[in-house]
Design a protein around this ligand. Structure first.
Ligand code: SF4
Length: 349
């Protein structure tokens, strides 16, 4: 199986920047970004991140606003915060070089078994597996195993199988080949391309004709729905600005700037009382939706005008269009309204 897979990988792998130069740092950054986003979407983010922060030491020292701006649009901001914490440990304890040791990698903030396995095997060729959803899908199909891949039992069983399969030499290429097969041939949500697969002759699911039913994924909990009212408060000025609020430093979207919002019926309820009274409703805005891992925001926006705000209470800021581009990372949850801001802020107050 190993040789078949490696031969196929040599002929079909996609040349990607982190594959062309697989330093531990490059592998780390790419793997964290790829946990949440498709390769095509990650490429510009990856290039910008590595250009701005070319080393672990640069990441360790980066100002929070720079870091969040580089991550803006990728979501899951806790991942980049954890990367910075890990980078600080790497600078202090390992002189800025990620350790060539699976357990030491695993001990770093934000690095789980998959990422530790990817860095250790791809960058250092240590014989450990890197088991993500793609790899579990391939393994479940190869063995026609219907254990739920979302259950602890499933994770344990497919991880144990991956440990058995990973070769002593060339673990990095083997792991990448399995991932690549899952991403380009043994596809989720539909019919896998078995006729293009180098492992067709040993695949149990293909033999039994059950590949489309595998892997089994049993979702436990539905997302909690939150109906949020969003206040887009346009503030008079030259140029005009929009009112932003800084979120708490823990929990969902911690420390990020947001459009004022509330779970109550009045979109202005989150603002200080004296401001609420000075806001004039201008228009209803479109509804929006955003999915977090455990919560779904269903949003309804309203546009207000506010005359000049002389002094801002703590935790609020005014952002012009230019500042939104450069200094205030608005989370992608607010994309529906962020996309309207160029038009809203260019209209006469
Ligand atoms: Fe996946 Fe089909 Fe290959 Fe089996 S033969 S591993 S189901 S693509």
């Amino acid at each position: 199986m190993t040789q078949q897979l490696l031969d196929w990988y040599s002929a079909h792998y996609r040349p990607l920047p982190w594959r062309n130069d697989p330093s531990p740092y490059h592998v780390w950054v790419s793997e964290i970004m790829l946990q949440q986003t498709r390769i095509e979407a990650v490429l510009p983010y990856y290039r910008r991140f590595i250009e701005t922060l070319p080393t672990v030491a640069d990441l360790a020292q980066a100002p929070s606003e720079v870091l969040l701006k580089l991550w803006e649009g990728l979501g899951y901001y806790s991942r980049v915060r954890n990367m910075q914490k890990a980078a600080q440990v790497v600078v202090e304890e390992y002189a800025g070089a990620l350790p060539a040791d699976y357990d030491a990698l695993l001990a770093l903030p934000g690095i789980g078994p998959y990422t530790a396995g990817a860095i250790a095997s791809i960058a250092y060729d240590i014989p450990v597996p890197a088991v993500d959803g793609n790899v579990m899908r391939v393994l479940a199909r190869l063995t026609a195993d219907d254990t739920d891949v979302l259950s602890n039992e499933g994770k344990k069983c497919f991880t144990a199988l991956a440990w058995d399969l990973v070769p002593e030499q060339g673990a990095g290429r083997f792991n990448q080949a399995l991932m690549e097969l899952g991403e380009t041939v043994c596809l989720p949500n539909g019919e896998p391309h078995c006729t293009d697969c180098p492992l067709q002759n040993i695949c149990e699911a293909h033999r039994l004709g059950c590949a489309q039913r595998l892997p089994v994924r049993i979702k436990k909990t539905a997302r909690r729905v939150e109906n949020r009212r969003i206040a887009v408060v346009r503030v008079e000025g030259d140029p005009p600005a929009v009112l932003l609020h800084k979120r708490e430093s823990s929990g969902l979207l911690a420390d990020l700037w947001e459009l004022p919002n509330t779970l109550s019926d009045n979109p202005l309820d989150s603002l200080p009382t004296e401001w609420r009274e000075r806001c004039t409703k201008m228009a209803d805005l479109p509804s929006g939706k955003h999915l977090f891992s455990h919560i779904e925001w269903r949003m309804q926006g309203t546009l207000y005008d506010l005359d000049r705000a002389e002094s801002l209470p703590e935790g609020y800021a005014l952002a012009t269009l230019e500042m939104l581009q450069t200094a205030f990372p608005l989370p992608s949850a607010f994309r529906t309204y962020a996309n309207l801001l160029p038009q809203i802020l260019s209209e006469e107050c």
